[in-house]
Design a protein around this ligand. Structure first.
Ligand code: ADP
Length: 583
């Protein structure tokens, strides 16, 4: 895009030259609001925007597919509480980014998808422009808010609105449509500078009403068998100290949802993860903090909760801390909703428990501890086995040790069995260190999340991937190598989706639909781009390769070959797949 480069300058430069343009206004508006990284994929009409952004000091991370850039932006948003920015080209690039935008909205991750778009006049008359698409209309139902900016002087407002929409209240995805014609528009540099908005207090605290706090405390005090469930909203809120104090002062057992693992170390004496199937049906009062009663919690009813049938409620009473007032009663009655941000709510609950709080009855704590210790001992036995070939347990026993030795490392995790086993076997020790498939159980987040986790934190990243899950974003190993990121990808390779031993029942030439190339050498993909590839067939080889990867901080892919008969259909969610093949 040929702009009159010499006459155009940053809005900060009010001397010479005198004009600025859409490119610089977008960049300056982002910088003014503390945004330092863009995840994206260059092309018409945003190629120059990526160049100029880099020249202006922003970090621009280019991907091989927009969906991965979008996932990266969304998880950067989760980790930092600043909206992650994903930049794409029009129509197809926009659509590729849209899956990630919808996923961000579903997961309450703040993200802004900025897409270049074609000429409005041609799009609206459907005259067949290059990459013609009414992107704003398509994005709207899939995100929290969608905006289009037509004039350079409105860029400041557009970006301010996008930021506020993404991070205030319940966070989510926002779409910002920037037509190609906007970028080269020029305006007076001083007017441009004045048009930009530094957003003041983008995510205002939401203080809960005192009577709501009181109601919640009374219910909790009346409980004989209380339980706390921490969700990823609690992790997002970065109210780690308040949450820890509240849990420890009340003495109530807690259950972390998968991305809330590590808010308190999974080895904490009050952690009830290993007794999940006992505490959910047995608890009488449950305090949900930043967790929804969606499918991941069996909608608060059914056998998981002690109900006699799938639809029946188990009789628990619920307290729900959430920033969204509409969340309460979405599945079962919430007896004490506490609406506000997690930090404000938990600190008020904490203040309200006072000094005469009595810990839950010893009988309850004893029963939880007994069940938990039994299950932990059972798991230890399974983990101690060393079968040939490796299975999920023996491989993940290694990952468990490596994460324990490197609690700063971020664990990215996706797959079916690879997800379920990792979640229950690998303990987390610090908040926001476990990033996974989230509310949708989406496949394909692996490499996008890994790139963002490494870029945002500077810490080593371990990505535990099913071989099927890895396939969705595998080409981004080139991105890992290009930016030389300290990411160690471990593929738990059992030759297929769920497992690799199915055969075509007709005996025909095609393999079974769930089966991949046998003994595929995924590690060579990483080697192709200059990273380290390792073929590991034993726990010892896996351990050595992981230790080396963490030490060297070089992009590494370990192809951990496991038994192709290991794994069950749909992992732990076979119940959602009524026709699942039973093995
Ligand atoms: P999980 O899958 O871990 O159970 P969910 O994504 O279902 O977690 O739930 C997260 C909840 O946290 C959402 O209902 C969201 O509104 C809420 N939430 C997000 N951020 C905050 C915050 N800062 N304060 C309070 N609630 C929040």
């Amino acid at each position: 895009m040929g702009t009159a480069e010499p006459q155009v300058a940053s809005t900060r430069d009010v001397q010479q030259p005198q004009v600025t343009d859409g490119f610089h206004l977008v960049i300056d508006a982002l910088k003014l609001n503390g945004i330092d990284t863009i995840f994206g994929l260059p092309g018409i009409p945003i190629t120059d925007l990526t160049r100029k952004a880099q020249a202006a000091g922003l970090r621009v991370i280019s991907f091989r597919h927009e969906q991965n850039a979008g996932y990266a932006a969304s998880i950067a948003g989760f980790m930092t509480q600043k909206p992650g920015i994903c930049l794409t080209v029009s129509a197809p690039g926009f659509l590729n980014g849209l899956t990630a935008l919808a996923n961000a909205t579903t997961n309450c991750f703040p993200m802004i998808l900025i897409s270049g778009s074609s000429e409005r006049e041609i799009v609206d008359l459907q005259q067949g422009d290059y990459e013609e698409m009414d992107q704003l209309a398509i994005a709207k139902p899939l995100c929290k808010a969608a905006f289009r900016v037509l004039h350079a002087e409105d860029i400041g407002v557009g970006i301010a609105r996008a930021i506020r929409a993404a991070v205030s209240g319940r966070p989510g995805g926002v779409y910002l449509d920037l037509p190609a014609k906007l970028f080269p528009q020029t305006i007076d540099a001083e007017a441009g500078r004045k048009s930009l908005i530094k957003v003041v207090d983008p995510a205002p605290r939401q203080i809960p009403a005192q009577d709501a706090v009181q109601r919640a405390l009374e219910l909790l005090k009346s409980a004989k068998r209380p339980l706390i469930v921490l969700g990823k909203g609690a992790a997002y809120a970065q109210a780690d100290e308040e949450i820890k104090s509240f849990i420890e002062k009340t003495g109530i057992p807690y259950l972390p949802m998968s991305m809330a693992k590590g808010l308190l170390p999974d080895t904490h004496p009050q952690c009830a993860s290993a007794a999940r199937s006992f505490v959910l049906p047995e608890a009488d009062v449950v305090l949900l903090i930043g967790a929804r009663l969606n499918w991941l919690l069996s909608h608060g009813k059914g056998k998981t909760w002690g109900g006699k049938s799938a639809k029946e409620w188990g009789g628990q009473k619920f307290v729900q801390v959430d920033i969204s007032p509409q969340e309460a009663d979405s599945n079962v009655r919430i007896d004490a909703p506490v609406v506000g941000d997690v930090g404000s709510c938990v600190s008020r609950l904490l203040a309200g428990i006072g000094s005469n709080w009595t810990k839950p009855p010893a009988e309850w704590l004893g029963a939880v501890a007994e069940r938990k210790n039994k299950n932990i001992a059972k798991m230890a036995e399974t983990l101690a086995k060393d079968p040939t070939p490796m299975n999920f347990h023996s491989a993940l026993n290694v990952v468990r040790d490596i994460v324990k030795a490197n609690p700063d490392a971020i664990l990215v995790n996706e797959g079916a069995n690879a997800l379920d086993f990792t979640r229950s076997i690998v303990d987390m020790y610090q908040p926001r260190k476990r990033l996974d498939v989230g509310t949708w159980g989406v496949m394909g987040v692996g490499m996008g999340f890994s790139v963002a986790a490494a870029v945002v934190s500077g810490q080593p990243v371990i990505a535990v991937e099913g071989d099927s899950a890895f396939g969705f974003s595998g080409m981004e190993v080139e991105t890992l190598c290009r930016y030389n990121l300290p990411v160690c990808v471990v593929i738990l390779n059992n030759n297929g989706v769920y497992r690799g031993d199915e055969v075509n029942p007709t005996g025909g030439r095609d393999p079974a639909p769930l089966v991949f190339v046998k003994d595929a050498r995924y590690e060579k993909l990483m080697e192709a781009f200059g990273g380290v590839g390792v073929h590991a067939t034993t726990p010892a080889e896996l351990r050595e390769a992981m230790e080396q990867a963490i030490r060297s901080r070089k992009p590494t892919l370990i192809n951990a070959v496991i038994d192709e008969t290991a794994g069950t259909e749909s992992g732990r969610i076979t119940s959602l797949n009524p026709t699942a093949k039973k093995k």
